[in-house]
Design a protein around this ligand. Sequence first.
Ligand code: FAD
Length: 393
Amino acid sequence: MDFNDSTSEAEFRGQVRTWLDTHAKGFMSPNDDADVDTFIAKAKAWQAKKAREGYAAIRWPKAEGGLDGTPMQEVIFQDEESRHDVPVGPFVTIGTQLAVPTLRTHGTPEQIEQFTQPTLRGELLWCQLFSEPSAGSDLANVRTRAVKDGDDWVINGQKVWTSWAHVADWGILLARTDPEATKHKGLTFFVVDMRSVGVEVRPIQQVSGVSEFNEVFLTDLRIPDRYRVGAVGDGWKCAMTTLMNERVNVGGESQALPNVLELIERAQDRSTGASLDRFKMAQLLTQEMGLRYFRFRLLTSLSKGETPGPIAAMSKLVYANTLQELSAMALDVTGLPGLQAEGDKFQHGYEWAAALRIAGGTDEILRNQIAERVLGMPGEIRVDKNIPFSQCR
Ligand SMILES: Cc1cc2nc3c(=O)[nH]c(=O)nc-3n(C[C@H](O)[C@H](O)[C@H](O)COP(=O)(O)OP(=O)(O)OC[C@H]3O[C@@H](n4cnc5c(N)ncnc54)[C@H](O)[C@@H]3O)c2cc1C
């Protein structure tokens, strides 16, 4: 394990810092996040800036807008970028990190041509139309139907938890084309123009007052066959490419999230009389340090050109739980009014941790993954795997 940047990594970090100092400082003005349209316009502008320098797709060939870089350089960029107040998040990365890599693996040359560069430049935003009321952890349970009609597919069904669908131009959609095939075999992958007739986006109001997720109702939506991705029935294979990209996340520890030492400082600052449980703080600090060194280990393997694989799931599992406990302790220390200060790190942590324990694989699903794929324990019993989907209950 080597905690230091190699000579070339240090050189790249220096180059990134200089660029960010010039372009990221002062990029956001005070009211830029006050309404969603202004915020999204800023996010698109920031993405376009990165694309011009090759920072939007560091690992891609230079001829395609990248830097011919390494996964480690990508992590260095994320690390340095997270130190600045710039608009990055799923509204952009669903396109750049999920949709486009899936299209580049399974799409036609025309699809790759139409979507890659505009997405990289932030001109097209995407959403992920996978989850449904009865298909989340068990994603292969998707019930949204796609029926061929001439050169089109006619889609009917409902999606839920679709992040940023209200600002998306395009969506990646998983739908069932053959209910008589087994659960995983009867699915097909499409791209959807979110402004089509038959797409209705209904925002879900969150406890924080904002709306980042949506229900999406698809009613007699027509998708031309040229927007089918991969072969009919190969939707699961395409979706796995998307999910692998979602789960390989060993990126920067966000500077926007709190840590144990900050909580101790906050407790000392306040005269609330609330005291911190010293054993609990020691335990959280141990978890935090464990995560930090685990992350170094993942980075070292990336730096050597290896792929971390299913072991990376441990990082998200422990991190989300640590963040939730830590933020809950901050609530005890400051009381509710203290947490409600605008932009408070602990408030953000408290709200975000609950979502993080579900998104990209719930705690239980990650534990299953670790048990089966890291520890080699017997697989869960899956009784519906080899029967037609129409017979699944
Ligand atoms: C912040 C956030 C953003 C999201 N964005 C999107 C998006 O843009 N697009 C999209 O398609 N989806 C999105 N989702 C949905 C997300 O993928 C699902 O919420 C997730 O897969 C869990 O599915 P579910 O909510 O249906 O819960 P369920 O799968 O119904 O799970 C309910 C409970 O049962 C447990 N459970 C389920 N199966 C097992 C099992 N086999 N063994 C043990 N326990 C089990 C789960 O761990 C959980 O505690 C988002 C979710 C969040 C929180």
